[in-house]
Design a binder for this molecule. Structure first.
Ligand code: C2E
Ligand code: CA
Ligand code: CA
Length: 638
């Protein structure tokens, strides 16, 4: 028989062209990419051997028989292999673990039968034979058809089940390839000499490549290397295989200064240069650009470098200031190492761990490497949980406010109290404000929380005749973030009016950080509130650095000496000197003095002897809920 081979030649050209495009592009080695590559390779082999067998069959009498067996068997292997791989490929496109496991059984069963039948055909003649020096289909050839059709029907089932995951183009190319393959097999039966099936299939290879492969999904355009999707997918592959590997992620401290000083375009160029450098060092497949100035390197610790070696190499690169446009900008890499399985994590954990570690390093600039541990992960989880609890508490207004009485030495009564926020959760129990206030400050929730506390205090003052119980004012903690708001005083005044509270029954405690953030806003807020009759305290005196200047320039009537100044003074002579002189200095500046953390009678006696004005501490009372506070004041008043 003479065959029409022009279509086969065109198919081969098309498939080879696709292979070249595939190879020059940065293809991320994920499952679908690998199986597409395998499918395309099978297609190329099938088309090539289809052409070769046209020749060998034409010369069947002149060539040894094994040559025809060989060419036709390779053709059948690769042709049927492509059909099997098409199913396997679509199976992985579904990205559904359970379906993949079930589909694998189907795939492997088909593969074993096909391999067995084709491999044994020279002996059995079941698939093909060359009786009478002609090419004949054996008695079981139909099984190859049946298996291919089963695979294509399998694709159809997957298509129907996971259609929602595909866009129009993807759906068209999958269904197109499926139907076209069945169609050309039938066509071939009618027009035996027209070799067209590989051509039709190759056309759909092109469609599938451009609709499903989406090579750009895994590439970061700025850095021109693999992106975070590729990163998480690779980490997932390692984790699934349970092989030892290590993630070394790093961020560049001070990178923002490049964007700020030289513009975002230059910043992007630097991102790109660094990525290229890392790729040169560790290979293209190991380098990922996550976001901003964050990179990650994934290494197989069994076969390649250790994490320490990677860190050393990167540190050497950044040891000199970075030179851009004649400027020298020092960049410090901060590393987070996730060493599997020493640290047992999941892909979902990675982001939490990185966030936590980079945040820790931002807070503490002396640390530049953090090796992730379960504890760090637990801490991050706890933080996320607490943020959630805070959100809920804001929604339900379920924060509570406790009051801690403050003893006035001159009058011998409790003339003030500090309002302290309380948060309870069914699962975590009592959560200390020392833990959640900094989180609320960081994500801005403190504004809402501060307002809730303030409303709570105003309501308390409105509902209780506290003046009768000799309470003159309540001290409220204002966070530095609150003091930065230009409209803070206006907001607080509005709430005071709403409850009919006089500003003179309020004292605001601020710390020196408030002044460092937005001095102008702070002074304006203080002035407004003082004009209305409120007063201010400087909290945590003795824990900061530059307190002296603020003492002179800010209109504070009270200074609260921190417990970290009082407690050591009870044990150590030098600390006692500091406390004495602190009190003396504050008195000379005409400040009223509160000392916090008064727990024993010794402390009380010492402080009274020194001449401070107010005492606050467990000796008198712990912070207590409203009703107990009223009871406390009632008892103290008689
Ligand atoms: P702070 O302003 O220094 O509050 C005093 C802290 O010392 C309170 O802790 C209080 O319970 C504790 N304390 C008082 N006397 C003693 C004592 O004799 N012994 C001991 N061991 N501790 C004593 P608390 O209530 O856990 O609050 C911790 C911090 O949380 C506060 O420190 C304050 O910075 C912040 N905070 C509390 N409530 C609020 C609030 O409503 N707004 C803001 N922005 N911060 C708040
Ligand atoms: Ca305070
Ligand atoms: Ca304090």
């Amino acid at each position: 028989m003479s065959y029409i081979i022009e279509f086969e030649i065109a198919a081969l050209g098309l498939e080879l062209m696709l292979l070249v495009i595939y190879c020059i592009r940065n293809n991320f080695p994920c499952a679908t990419n690998k199986y597409y590559f395998a499918m395309l390779s099978c297609g190329i082999i099938a088309t090539s051997f289809s052409l070769i067998s046209v020749y060998t069959l034409a010369h069947i009498c002149d060539l040894p028989l094994w040559i025809n067996y060989f060419t036709n068997m390779v053709y059948l292997f690769s042709y049927n292999g492509a059909a099997l791989l098409f199913f396997f490929y679509v199976l992985h496109v579904t990205n559904d673990e359970k379906t993949i496991q079930q589909g694998k059984i189907f795939f492997y069963t088909g593969s074993v039968i096909v391999t067995f039948l084709i491999a044994t055909t020279p002996i059995t003649g079941w698939i093909i034979n060359f009786k009478n020096n002609t090419y004949n289909h054996g008695s079981l050839f139909v099984i190859l058809y049946i298996i291919s059709v089963c695979m294509l029907l399998g694709v159809l089932v997957l298509f129907v089940k996971f259609k929602y995951k595909l866009d129009k183009m993807q759906a068209f190319s999958i269904m197109g390839l499926d139907i076209a393959t069945i169609g050309v097999v039938i066509l071939q039966e009618f027009f035996k000499s027209l070799l067209i099936q590989n051509f039709v299939i190759s056309l759909f290879f092109v469609l599938v490549y451009f609709s499903l492969q989406n090579p750009d999904d895994y590439i970061d355009k700025t850095a021109n290397c693999f992106n975070s999707s590729a990163f998480y997918e690779t980490a997932g592959i390692y984790l699934k295989r349970k092989s030892t590997f290590c993630i070394i992620a790093f961020t560049l401290d001070d990178f923002q200064s490049i964007n700020r000083l030289l513009g975002i375009q230059t910043g992007d160029e630097v991102i790109n240069t660094i990525a290229a450098y890392l790729q040169g060092l560790f290979g293209k497949l190991r380098v990922y650009h996550l976001t901003g100035c964050r990179y990650a390197i994934i290494i197989d610790t069994k076969t390649t470098l250790s994490a320490d070696e990677v860190i050393d190499v990167i540190n050497v690169y950044f040891s000199e200031p970075y030179k851009v446009n004649d400027m020298e900008i020092p960049l410090t890499p901060c590393f987070c190492v996730l060493d599997y399985p020493i640290f047992d994590f999941t892909t979902e954990d990675i982001n939490d761990v990185l966030e936590y570690s980079f945040h820790e390093m931002k807070q503490n600039r002396d640390i530049t490497v953090i090796t992730a541990t379960d504890d760090a992960l637990k801490e991050k989880r706890r933080e996320l949980k607490i943020i959630d609890i805070m959100k809920r508490a804001i929604r339900n207004e379920s924060f509570q406010v406790y009051y801690q009485p403050i003893y006035n030495i001159k009058t011998g009564t409790f003339t003030s109290a500090e309002a302290l926020i309380r948060l309870f959760d069914d699962e975590l129990g009592f959560i200390s404000p020392d833990e959640f206030i900094p989180m609320a400050e960081e994500n801005g929730m403190i504004i809402k929380i501060g307002e809730l506390v303030f409303r709570n205090v105003c309501r308390f003052l409105k509902e209780n005749d506290t003046k009768k119980l000799r309470l003159e004012y309540v001290e409220i903690n204002l966070s530095a973030i609150q003091c930065m708001q230009d409209n803070l005083s206006a907001q607080l005044t509005e709430i005071m009016y709403e409850y009919g509270i006089s500003a003179s029954s309020l004292n605001f405690e601020i710390t020196e950080t408030a002044n460092s953030l937005n001095e102008y806003a702070l002074r304006k807020n203080m002035r407004d509130l003082i004009n209305k009759g409120a007063s201010f305290s400087m909290d945590d005196y003795g824990t900061g650095f530059a307190t002296a200047n603020y003492l002179i320039t800010l209109p504070m009537s009270i200074v609260k000496i921190d417990k970290s100044i009082l407690w050591p003074a009870m044990k150590n002579a030098e600390a006692l000197i500091i406390l004495r002189h602190t009190v003396k200095m504050l008195k000379a500046l005409n400040k009223m003095i509160v000392v916090e953390g008064v727990e024993t009678e010794n402390m009380r006696d010492l402080l009274i002897e020194m001449g401070v004005d107010y005492l606050q501490g467990y000796l008198y009372s712990k912070p207590v809920p409203e009703d107990r506070f009223i009871q406390f004041l009632t008892d103290a008043a008689v």
